[in-house]
Design a protein around this ligand. Structure first.
Ligand code: BMA
Length: 327
């Protein structure tokens, strides 16, 4: 039966066919990295960033670590999702409560369209890392809401629609440092302010996902379940190695894992993934998907330094996860 993919058609998204002779489920864009570390004057590095289709063009929220090594979020625009223009100044969130709006640091944003607006979640500094939440209609004004959780938490990733009448989010409870553990949890909220109904989704296993895991791009709704691309970390003699794989989750109860890939889909192998401020990191935060063709463009940070793209087909990733499942 043909896989049905929910979501918009995005015929103008970036695309390159699988290279001749390759059998990889994901293949890298030949012009990677798409965003160099020095795209704007203040940037030390631009990585782990989120992009979405917007009125026939593309918009995004980008992690910019500046030359003072402060972690900031910048808005960006593009006609083709390859050539990006980033604001030179960070986003100034509009927040009704200065207790919450006093920005300490922000990193690893995700962006999703729900109902009538774009929501942004990110790792937000509030006496330690937690999940910041904001919304925008135009990528010019951003309105910040309450933090979703208590510290310490990272990798807050919203679902693109309500589940059982509530907004839904993945997160990854952590510690205040370079957390050596981490499982993915699911929570719901009636109003984007109060979060509860917490459920355990999945934890570490073996190999590339043996130290910690965290949700990546916004989950993709298919007729076989939610396709979640997530990162996994292995601890080597030389430190953490960040790869990415995928899981298929129940549509109505997304904390139920249907299948989960034993091999990774992508791991740090190219120069821009292996060499940079933090070597050996592939960290996906967004995916553009054309629901008509199943084409997927995965946006990921390389070595905590640059932003890169890999291509694949949603239907092939789903098949790969089912055929190579741990569960
Ligand atoms: C994680 C996050 C990511 C980063 C990764 C590798 O804890 O801070 O932003 O890409 O470490 O340094």
């Amino acid at each position: 039966m043909k896989l049905k993919i929910s979501g918009p058609e995005v015929p103008n998204m970036p695309w390159e066919d699988r290279p001749a002779g390759s059998s990889d489920v994901l293949w890298r864009y030949s012009q990677n990295p798409v965003i160099p570390r020095d795209l704007i004057p203040c940037s030390n590095s631009i990585f782990n960033s989120a992009v979405v289709p917007y009125q026939g063009e593309f918009r995004g929220v980008f992690r910019v670590d500046n030359k003072a090594r402060e972690m900031r979020l910048h808005a960006g625009r593009s006609k083709d999702a390859v050539n990006w223009e980033l604001e030179h100044e960070p986003i100034q969130f509009i927040c009704a409560d200065q207790e919450i709006g006093a920005f300490q640091y922000g990193y690893d944003p995700r962006v999703v369209f729900i109902e009538d607006r774009y929501y942004v979640t990110w790792c937000n500094g509030y006496f330690g890392p937690t999940i910041g939440v904001a919304y925008t209609y135009d990528f010019e004004k951003f309105y910040q809401l309450e933090n979703a959780f208590l510290p310490f938490n990272r990798n807050g990733v919203l679902f693109p629609r309500k589940i059982g009448g509530n907004y839904a989010m993945f997160s990854r409870p952590s510690d205040n440092g370079h957390t050596p553990f981490g499982d993915i949890f699911y929570s719901e909220s009636p109003d984007m302010v109060y979060w509860g109904k917490h459920r355990y989704v999945m934890g570490t296993t073996e190999g590339w996902q043996s130290t910690k895991i965290g949700a990546g791009p916004i989950p993709i709704e298919t007729s076989e379940g939610w396709l979640l691309i997530y990162h996994g970390v292995l601890t080597s003699c030389n430190g953490f190695v960040y790869s990415a794989g995928a899981a298929l989750l129940d549509l109505d109860k997304p904390w139920k894992v249907i299948a989960r890939s034993k091999p990774y889909l992508i791991s740090p192998q190219t120069l821009y993934e292996c060499v940079g401020d933090v070597p050996n990191v592939v960290f996906p935060c967004a995916a553009l998907v054309d629901s008509a063709t199943g084409r997927l463009a995965l946006y990921y940070g390389g070595a905590d330094t640059v932003t890169a793209v890999a291509f694949g087909y949603v239907q092939e990733i789903v098949q790969f996860v089912k055929e190579n499942s741990l569960v």
